[in-house]
Ligand binder design. Structure first.
Ligand code: 4AD
Ligand code: MG
Length: 441
């Protein structure tokens, strides 16, 4: 009978039919009589059996791992008790080789030898991507971005695409990547926040999902030089409403990922202990966090007890998230340790309407705040941070021409993914990670 063309993932539903499947040889095992191939095409895996003449023919061509092939055969239910992806296997009656991968020294397995130096493995990222774990994380990543877009859609928030080449900073001059822009100085964007703010009066609530760049010199588990930044800016809302929105976004988008028939099982496989977060998230004041750290004998960066105004660095933050064990909204940071644009709290002007969302095992996945809406106050912020406001005229105009209470946040895609998929480092959550010393492949 004629074979119908399917993707591997669809073929599970076509037991008894003759199908045509194309993909790559993920696993290969043979004896004199039978050849077992696990075929992979990005939508799933299927065990395929070549027997009789086909098996003999295969042995003469010496099929190799990662060769691309087209297989024709009948989808068959595997016997009870035998496990196979989709509970089916393909009984192959004909095949074609599209691209035979090398054997010997150049063989795929030699390129990605297990236990190899992580840096050598990253040189082969274009090949290691084909592995089950990395490709699973990338599938969950796609599902997560789709789910986040779905939540934004449900909340009537409009997607925009601000520029990546800019002449302003958002999160401090020390991590700016400079570039020569036709003889003028320009930077790669650290955050699209300022541009999103300018969209409010035109489009209402807005979001963007695009790359941000940070020249982070130190190597940590959670810093990349380029990362995918999910940012939103919302108008005419209060700080509490902003926190409620972030909470809904995290809970609902994770829920959608878990409900999805592809990404749900992958999260289970990567992170068996993962529990969907439930609201309301713990809301912890910065000053109470300082108290908590001192109560637990955690020291600040100088090795001394924490005092009001200290930065809560990665190690201390991790101690807190891992001990408390649930998502935390850490709120109301002091003015001095936050960016120039943050709104002060009405009841205590030493602190800002700011939030970091902290997750177990990762720490900060999101930073956000209400924004200063008054021009004079904003000018003070620029002055405090030593920023020349001239280049920011367009951002300041937002206050001049119909200011409004507004706020927003940025989520690091690789960080929320590291939490969701239980990865040790954000490098495992990026397609081609960039950090100091690595800009290839
Ligand atoms: O806390 P950050 O620096 O805040 C901002 O950029 C705001 N302007 C965002 C906004 O309000 N629109 O960065 C936001 C998030 C962090 O919480 C973290 O998850 C991620 O971006 N992030 C990084 N991820 C990977 N590598 C880095 N070097 C990162 N820097 C920040
Ligand atoms: Mg931050």
């Amino acid at each position: 009978p004629a074979a119908k063309k399917f993707k591997v993932g669809q073929s599970y539903e076509h037991v008894g039919e003759r199908v045509k499947l194309s993909g790559w040889i993920h696993r290969l095992r043979s004896n004199k009589k039978v050849v077992f191939v696990v075929l992979r095409d990005g939508t799933g895996f299927i065990q395929c059996v070549l027997a009789g003449d086909l098996a003999v023919a295969q042995q003469t061509v010496d099929l190799t791992l990662e060769s691309s092939v087209v297989l024709y055969g009948t989808v068959t239910k595997v016997p009870e008790g035998k496990s196979a992806p989709g509970d089916v296997e393909l009984v192959v009656d004909y095949y074609e080789i599209v691209g035979l991968a090398p054997s010997g020294e150049e063989a795929f397995t030699n390129k990605i030898a297990e236990g190899a130096d992580p840096s050598l493995l990253l040189d082969q990222r274009h090949l290691t991507l084909r592995g089950e774990t990395i490709s699973a994380v990338m599938k969950v990543r796609a599902a997560l971005l789709k789910s986040i877009r779905r939540v934004y859609d449900e909340e009537n928030i409009t997607e925009v695409t601000p520029p990546c080449m800019v002449q302003t900073q958002v999160e401090g001059g020390s991590t700016l990547f400079k570039l020569d822009y036709y003889g003028e100085e320009a930077f790669l964007t650290q955050s699209s926040q300022l541009y999103l703010e300018t969209c409010l009066a035109a489009l209402g609530d807005v979001y963007t999902i695009q790359e941000s760049f940070r020249a982070e010199k130190s190597h940590t588990r959670r810093h990349l030089s380029e990362y995918t930044h999910i940012e939103a800016e919302l108008c005419f809302l209060s700080f509490d409403e902003l926190l409620d929105h972030i909470e809904r976004l995290v809970i609902n988008s994770v829920q959608y990922v878990l409900e999805d028939p592809v990404s749900g099982p992958l999260v289970k496989q990567l992170n068996p202990k993962f529990q969907a977060p439930k609201g309301p998230f713990l809301r912890l004041d910065y000053k109470d966090a300082i108290q908590w750290l001192n109560d637990h004998d955690v020291k600040n960066e100088d090795g001394e007890p924490f005092k009001f105004g200290d930065d809560i660095a990665e190690a201390a933050e991790r101690k807190m998230t891992d001990t408390i064990g649930v998502p935390i909204f850490l709120i109301r940071f002091p003015v001095e340790i936050k960016s120039f644009y943050m709104q002060r709290c009405k009841d205590d002007p030493r602190v800002t309407e700011s939030v970091d969302v902290l997750m177990p095992n990762v720490g900060e996945i999101t930073g956000g705040s209400m924004r200063i809406k008054d021009t004079e106050e904003l000018m003070e912020g620029f002055k405090r941070e030593g920023i020349d406001p001239k280049a920011y005229y367009w951002f300041v105009d937002q206050r001049k021409y119909g200011t409004c209470p507004h706020g927003g946040y940025g989520i690091g895609t690789e960080r929320i993914l590291a939490w969701l998929c239980d990865r040790f480092t954000v490098r495992d959550c990026s397609l081609y990670p960039r950090f100091s010393g690595r800009c290839k492949p």
